[in-house]
Ligand binder design. Structure first.
Ligand SMILES: Nc1ncnc2c1ncn2[C@@H]1O[C@H](COP(=O)(O)OP(=O)(O)O)[C@@H](O)[C@H]1O
Ligand SMILES: CCCC(=O)OP(=O)(O)O
Length: 357
């Protein structure tokens, strides 16, 4: 049995898990932990990169408590790094430098590769990332925004989206390169992807556009956004970006981003919650329709995944908008830890090579 450690640092937590694998792509969780970090704790650090030792300590503690004395691979969540093709990448010095200097972003997932690499050095085993946020498989038309100088970018929940698409293919006995899918990751942020024969040829970019989500604003009317930027209401670009990506959407309208809480309010007759929540599902439905158009309507299935796919009203309303396109398959939850472990297993057992960053 091979042992694989996976690390997924997020805005409020560090998730870590240990898996065993005896066959390529087949993994079993042995232990896992989600360590919550308070805002006050994280505010002690000037940059995300400065949190490395602190977060690594929590992982070291997990290894100690589970008496881990051998590892065959360490996998970290892939942050927004440079634009690259889908797949698994060995963690090398160039990647580590890009992450430490926050060259492409200061997202907490930067720490995934940094921590995975340092644990791997300790255990003398390989380390990798898989399907990072900046996977870019756009077809040429998808890059145009309508204004020269501004290109649309591929930023998406690639890890969970590709893993769920792969699992769906396996469940019906078809390889991904024979399927056309629309995959919607419905989490704190939302990514909706037309997947053409296994390639993610377009997406809304969860931070820049598409439907509003539990925490994000989605596409805004551009002239009104420009007006807001120059209104003096916000002191800096960082402040407004923070509102658009962390404190907008359901949270801004309803004071909570929790799907369970909102569905409970609706069941108790809260008409405002019903209107706003339905508006979000309407926008999600429209974006799925747009992805189906990118596939010229040749869609084998629409897959709903991410935490919000556990929410029954949300998936019911979305399904009402889109089930004319193709069968709707719900694969609720985000499965990023397992997806990383599966990538580690495919590498260890030689069914997938590591690409060079
Ligand atoms: N059982 C559930 N019922 C309804 N909503 C849920 C449930 N579980 C998670 N959610 C919602 O899913 C969103 C988080 O999605 P998730 O994919 O777990 O996280 P993220 O994308 O932020 O990593 C939150 O809005 C949360 O309230
Ligand atoms: C832009 C897609 C990646 C993303 O938004 O990740 P999180 O939801 O984990 O912040």
């Amino acid at each position: 049995m091979k042992k694989i450690l996976v690390v997924n640092p997020g805005s409020t937590s560090t998730k870590v898990a240990l898996y065993e694998s005896g066959k390529a792509g087949n993994v079993k969780e042995i232990a896992s932990r989600s360590i919550t970090h308070s805002r006050a704790e994280l505010d002690n650090f000037e940059t995300t990169a400065a949190q490395e030792a602190y977060r690594a300590d929590t992982v070291a503690q997990f290894l100690k408590e589970n008496n881990v004395n051998e590892l065959h691979c360490c996998a970290g969540r892939g942050a927004p790094v440079k634009a690259l093709d889908a797949g698994s990448y060995g963690i090398n010095d160039i990647m580590l430098n890009d992450l430490r200097t926050e060259k492409y972003s200061n997202h907490p997932s930067n720490l995934g590769a940094l921590i995975a690499h340092s644990v791997a050095e300790q255990f003398n085993c390989p380390s990798l990332i898989c399907d990072p946020v900046s996977v870019d498989q756009f077809e040429p038309y998808a890059r145009y925004s309508g204004l020269p100088g501004i290109n649309r970018r591929s930023r998406l929940h690639a890890l969970n989206i590709r893993a769920m698409a792969r699992h769906y293919g396996e469940s019906i006995g078809k390889p991904l390169d024979e399927l056309n899918l629309v995959v919607a990751h419905l989490g704190g942020g939302i990514s909706i992807v037309p997947m053409k024969k296994g390639r993610m040829i377009d997406t809304n970019d969860a931070n820049d556009g598409g439907p509003f989500s539990p925490q994000r604003a989605g596409t805004l009317p551009s002239t009104l956004l420009v007006k807001l930027c120059f209104s003096g209401e916000y002191g800096s670009a960082a402040e407004l970006n923070n509102v658009l990506t962390k404190n907008a959407g359901l949270l801004a309208y309803l004071g909570t981003d929790d799907g369970r809480e909102i569905e409970k309010r609706i069941s108790e007759g809260d008409a405002e919650a019903e209107e706003i929540y339905h508006a979000m599902t309407y926008q999600i439905g429209r974006e799925i329709g747009s992805a189906a158009a990118a596939l010229k309507g040749e869609v084998d299935a629409v897959i709903l995944t991410g935490g919000l796919s556990y929410a029954p009203l949300c998936t019911k309303w979305i399904t009402e908008y889109v089930d004319w396109i193709a069968p709707v398959v719900v694969k609720a939850g985000e499965h990023e830890l397992t997806a990383l472990a599966e990538a580690g297993s495919r590498y260890i057992f030689g069914t997938e090579e590591l690409k060079e960053y």
